[in-house]
Design a protein around this ligand. Structure first.
Ligand code: ZN
Length: 316
């Protein structure tokens, strides 16, 4: 009996150890200025990756969340990111795989120790898609919001400790639009052509370097190149394969287009994400195509991968 008990004790101890080391691996060691991919999949559950989401760490804190697709709620917690440290949530567009976990993450506003203010920015409305402010109303408006019980998110009332400053960004503007600025960082956005879906790319500038995050796009907006120029790190989706059909190529850049756009921008580091379906199965082949054009460092991301800005000067 005693031996059996010991075995049980040992087993639970090893479970604790493996749980701890797992937790360590999910969090970035260097959070000076780091991109962490939370979700690197698309809208297909079979891919076994969370949908889109990235956290930007700055000076040890999770300063920005870009996108909150399905699964990002869980990955956000695993990464060690904290809602109270977020200054900005930037939503690139209103496809479910970029936004469906937003309400779940904001609900955490109930459990904060003190009142916090958060900026939310997303594209203005267009076609079948709402604006950022309209989407926020659809979720949280007092009378007819889907989660009207979280109406306190507007101005930190009803037990919610989060005041949301919600902003629409003109995705049709030819010049970059200012999204957010404080002493540590400046964030601008530019519209990118994701078929006919209003969609934004974000540029984050700090004294430690510049990261540009592109969401889904077909690569046809020439203004994206100057917008992203000078970036130390560029994030691009590699959603489809080279032989995808015309409709897919209207929505997404094929690997050769990703390679050409990256070559023109010439960042020090290129991070690829948004792998889905056949694009995921043909990832290695697609990566080769990208590398035919872009000669710098390329990384294919997984959920919870860490890309510190120091990769740009070859230190890591
Ligand atoms: Zn997407």
């Amino acid at each position: 009996m005693k031996a059996r008990l010991n075995k049980v004790a040992l087993l639970s101890l090893s479970l604790i150890f493996s749980a701890n080391s797992l937790a360590d691996r999910l969090q970035c060691e260097n959070t000076d200025f780091t991109l962490q991919t939370l979700g690197t999949g698309g809208p297909i559950t079979d891919d076994q990756r969370a949908s889109s989401g990235e956290v930007i760490w700055l000076n040890g804190k999770s300063a920005i969340l870009i996108d909150a697709g399905g699964g990002v709620f869980l990955r956000f917690g695993q990464s060690g990111a904290r809602l109270e440290d977020l200054k900005l949530i930037g939503i690139t567009h209103f496809h479910t795989d970029h936004v469906s976990d937003l309400a779940a993450i904001l609900k955490g506003g109930y459990f904060l120790r003190k009142k916090e203010v958060i900026d939310l920015a997303g594209p203005a409305g267009g076609g079948a898609f709402p604006s950022m402010t309209q989407y926020f109303h659809d979720l949280f408006k007092k009378e007819d919001g889907a989660y009207s019980y979280l109406n306190g998110l507007y101005n930190a009332t009803d037990g919610l400790q989060l005041e949301s400053k919600v902003k629409d960004i003109d995705y049709t503007a030819t010049e970059p639009q200012l999204v957010y600025q404080d002493a540590e960082m400046k964030v601008t956005a530019l519209g990118i052509p994701h078929g006919d879906v209003p969609c934004l790319a974000f540029r984050i500038e700090t004294t430690k370097g510049t990261i540009v995050v592109s969401a889904d796009q077909n690569g046809s907006n020439k203004a994206f190149v100057p917008f992203a120029k000078g970036a130390d790190m560029l994030v691009m989706p590699l959603a489809i394969d080279e032989n995808a059909d015309t409709e897919s190529k209207f929505m997404h850049a094929a690997p050769d287009v990703v390679g050409k756009v990256a070559a023109e921008i010439n960042p020090k580091v290129l991070v690829l994400n948004h792998f889905m379906g056949k694009g995921l199965r043909l990832k290695d082949q697609s990566l080769k195509t990208v590398k035919q054009y872009y000669r710098g460092k390329v990384y294919t991301s997984r959920d919870l991968s860490c890309f510190p800005i120091s990769l740009a000067d070859g230190k890591e």
